[in-house]
Structures are given as structure tokens and as C-alpha cells.
Design a protein around this ligand. Sequence first.
Ligand SMILES: NC(=O)c1ccc[n+]([C@@H]2O[C@H](COP(=O)([O-])OP(=O)(O)OC[C@H]3O[C@@H](n4cnc5c(N)ncnc54)[C@H](OP(=O)(O)O)[C@@H]3O)[C@@H](O)[C@H]2O)c1
Length: 255
Amino acid sequence: MKKLEGKVAIVTGSSRGIGKEIAMKLAQEGAKVVVNYSRSPEKAEEVVNQIKQQDGEATAIQADMNQVDQIQQLVTSSVEKYGQLDILVSNAGIEHFGKLEEITPQDFERVFSVNVAGQLFVTQAAAPHLSSGGRIVLTSSVSARFAAFYHTLYAASKAAVSAMVLNLAPELGERGITINAIAPGGTATDMAQENAERYTHPALQNVSPDALLKSQIILQRLAQPEEIAAAVAFLVSDDASYITGSTLAVDGGMF
Ligand SMILES: NC(=O)c1ccc[n+]([C@@H]2O[C@H](COP(=O)([O-])OP(=O)(O)OC[C@H]3O[C@@H](n4cnc5c(N)ncnc54)[C@H](OP(=O)(O)O)[C@@H]3O)[C@@H](O)[C@H]2O)c1
């Protein structure tokens, strides 16, 4: 018996990167998966096709995680399609770098609307459909605990996620639902690739990326998205029945 047989899961932002691997992993464990995306219908359909080729079940649904009406529609459509909801993985997120004097109210709105409000309102929309044993996993980041130049807005948005799961845990716990966050470290995805140079301390621009990784990460390499997905699959399984309100670091031992 697969660990998530009979369960239905929504994974936000699962057309690419970490979310894609979470969707694949939950499907391999037997869950029916809603593959949410914002702008990449072809990539989302590819994920659905890959899941189906492995005898899993999935469907792609477009919804922008910064639009509350679209978030509600995502949850409604998922429940209509599969008749139930057991697992929410809120993975969609966007990166931001900017000096203090360059951050605009529009930047703040853009980053916090996806990384904080989107994660809160998808939890709010999903929670009424979950029953005892239901699982919610939100996405924080190693950035909430480690300083980096010009990373304030993103890091603050990810720190908010850990506070949200901590404080939502009591009210969801009354109904037997757990809520946790994962805090990935540097993970080999489009997001990491697009921002690789900006993660580096300005004084260390001449040091090779490999040397930098070795000096900051105990395991001396980036994570593969599958390694983050494995941690999420644990948190949404029965094996994690006594874990709630936590933020699980999956960062190769960053120091
Ligand atoms: N990669 C890292 O090193 C790292 C480290 C720590 C935490 N994280 C967090 O992990 C999560 C996934 O990161 P990633 O590296 O896999 O990112 P990514 O490669 O940029 O992929 C982002 C995914 O989120 C979706 N998305 C973006 N904005 C969305 C929106 N408004 N509504 C719905 N979906 C949206 C994208 O969909 P489309 O394809 O349709 O645009 C895509 O599927 C994020 O929350 C990120 O902050 C990443």
C-alpha cells in the first residue's frame, strides 16, 4: 500500500522546480494531485503527463497565488474534480533582491502578495475541506535565518511563513489537521539559477561558486528539488502525525 493512497493533494506552483518534484513524489506515493501553475500551461501539462505515464492521477489548474478569487476557485475546482481534499502544499513563491533605498511599495506588494498573502489565503480556502488527518505544508526558506545582502524583502516574507504555521497550528490542531513549513536551502531550480550571482556577498564575487558552497553548506552542494520533495512527502504522511507548527530546515546544514 502506498503511503498516500486515497488522498487528494493540491500543490501550488508545481509546473516547475521544487513544486514539480513535490507533485511527482506525492503522485508516486498514491495521491491524486492538482498541479497548479500561474503562467506555464505547457509545463504544467507535462507534469500531469509524466504523472499519468507512471500510472498516477493528476490534473493541471491555472490560478495566480496573488489573486484571492483565483485561489478560492483553485480549491473549489479541485474538490469538484476529485470529491475531497486531504493535503495542501503551498509552494508557489517569488524571489526578490534589492537595496533598502530601491525597494518600492509595489515590490513589497508583489512579493508579499504571493509569498505571504497567497500562502495564508490558500490555507484559508483549503482548511474547511480538510478533515482530521489533513495536512498543510507551506514554504519558508533558509533565507529567514541567514543574512544576505539586499535580500530583506524576500527574507521577511519567508520569516512570516514560519510565524504563520506556528500560530495556525493550534486552531487547525483542534480539528486534527497539522500545518508545518519547509525551509529549503539553495536548491537547483530556475529561481536559484536566475539569481545565482545575487546570493553571493559582493566582496566574494571572485570566489568560485563551488568554493562558496563548500564554505557555507555542510553537505557542500545545492539540494536537488527531489530532496525537498522527499521532506514534504514525509510531512504530509501519517509518519508525521505528531509534528505541527514546525519549520523543517532542508538545507544541507547551512552555517
Ligand atoms: N530554489 C531555491 O533555492 C529555494 C530556496 C528556498 C526556498 N525556495 C522556495 O521554494 C519555492 C519553489 O521555488 P523554486 O526554486 O522551485 O521556484 P521556481 O523555479 O521559480 O518555480 C516557481 C513555481 O511557482 C509558480 N509560481 C510563481 N508565481 C506564482 C503565482 N503567483 N501563482 C501560482 N504559481 C506561481 C511557477 O509557475 P509558472 O511556471 O506558471 O510561472 C513555478 O511553478 C518558492 O516558494 C521559493 O521561495 C526556493
